[in-house]
Write a protein that binds this ligand. Structure first.
Ligand code: AMP
Ligand code: TRP
Length: 325
């Protein structure tokens, strides 16, 4: 079994992009050797509302359980509960170059948006590499937007190993073939995201059936009227086809052949989403009734993760010449 690790930020609401691009694969791939992390330190790179970070972290852990991660099988924990993440990140910051960090498209996009650009936004991908290395991770299930960060992660592992001796496993990204980049329903040239810029274009995982149906019905398509798979030419229709295809584990081209009209396609997209999301929402409501159970489970997860992380951290620190305490 491959060692799996992935992380997700506790900022904003979970949406169907997170589900189809990442979380569904996390559930499928979960095993005794899988670790899934609520990356609260990464959330500090944006504008911080302390109460929101705290509430969001617990709620996200609840969400991970609700989608089907089983704490008896895999390890679920909060990043800041294992101090080696920040410690290893520093060591790696001293191996990455400024040029490598400023080339990251996510950094370029996010630094253009805000009026302050914090240091943490620049070093964000290094912390991500540390997350991955601490557990000797082989496979990282993520959406398409994390490809570039994963490339840098591999570069950092190879560089460290060459310079300081074999220390880190060089990990692979696992990106789904379809729906790896779910687009905004109102602007299908932009990826669906947790930011609150487009509430009507974002289907949240806990939206009720009426809300899902309304958002899908109003999704922007085109005036051509023909259901066809064409990502560049017909991004709105392609997005709907990919969502439906991913939910049924089909090929979007094959799905396209079954539809004559946009209306019929939208009805089925809405229906499939409602069916997939209803049980998740119900489990989440149940779990929210007893947050103490979730806290206990996160504590157990952090203990398990911490044991592994301290071994890797000590190895990396020694390799770089830090005197053992
Ligand atoms: P984030 O919400 O940025 O913490 O992302 C958590 C996971 O969801 C990552 O693996 C992302 O690649 C994935 N993800 C986020 N947005 C999308 C999207 N619109 N389509 C597909 N995957 C996504
Ligand atoms: N950067 C990832 C995102 O925005 C989240 C993340 C942090 C992550 N650490 C990670 C993903 C480690 C995979 C592995 O989606």
């Amino acid at each position: 079994m491959a060692r799996i690790f992935s992380g997700i930020q506790p900022s904003g609401q979970l949406h169907i992009g997170n589900y189809l691009g990442a979380l569904r694969n996390w559930v499928r791939e979960q095993n005794d050797d899988a670790l899934y992390c609520v990356v609260d330190l990464h959330a500090l790179t944006e504008d911080v509302d302390p109460a929101e970070v705290r509430r969001g972290s617990l709620e996200l852990a609840v969400g991970l359980l609700a989608v089907g991660l089983d704490p008896e099988v895999c390890t679920i924990f909060v990043q800041s509960h294992v101090p080696e993440h920040a410690r290893l990140s520093w060591l790696l910051e001293c191996t990455v170059t400024y040029g490598e960090l400023t080339r990251m498209t996510q950094f370029k996009d996010k630094s253009k948006r805000g009026d302050v650009v914090r240091g943490g936004l620049l070093t964000y991908p290094v912390l991500m590499a540390a997350d991955i290395f601490l557990y000797n991770t082989e496979v990282v299930p993520v959406g398409d937007d994390q490809r570039q960060h994963m490339e840098l992660t591999r570069v950092l592992a190879e560089r460290f190993n060459n310079r300081f001796g074999e220390t880190f496993v060089v990990p692979e990204a696992m990106v789904p073939t379809f729906a790896a980049r779910v687009m905004d329903l109102q602007d299908p040239t932009r990826k669906m995201s947790k930011s609150e810029l487009s509430p009507q274009g974002t289907v949240n995982m806990y939206d009720d059936a009426d809300t899902v149906a309304r958002k899908v019905r109003r999704a922007v398509t085109d005036t051509d009227g023909e259901v066809r798979w064409d990502r560049e030419g017909k991004p709105g229709v392609a997005n709907l086809l990919e969502i439906l295809a991913a939910l049924g584990d089909e090929d979007p081209k094959a799905v396209a052949e079954r539809y004559e009209t946009y209306g019929a396609l939208k009805d089925d997209v809405a229906g499939a989403l409602i069916e997939a999301l209803a049980p998740i929402r119900a489990r989440r409501d149940e779990l929210l009734e007893d947050p103490a159970v979730v806290r206990a489970l996160l504590a157990r997860g952090a203990d398990r993760a911490g044991e592994m992380a301290s071994v890797t951290y000590a190895r990396a620190a020694a390799a770089m010449g830090l005197l053992a305490p």
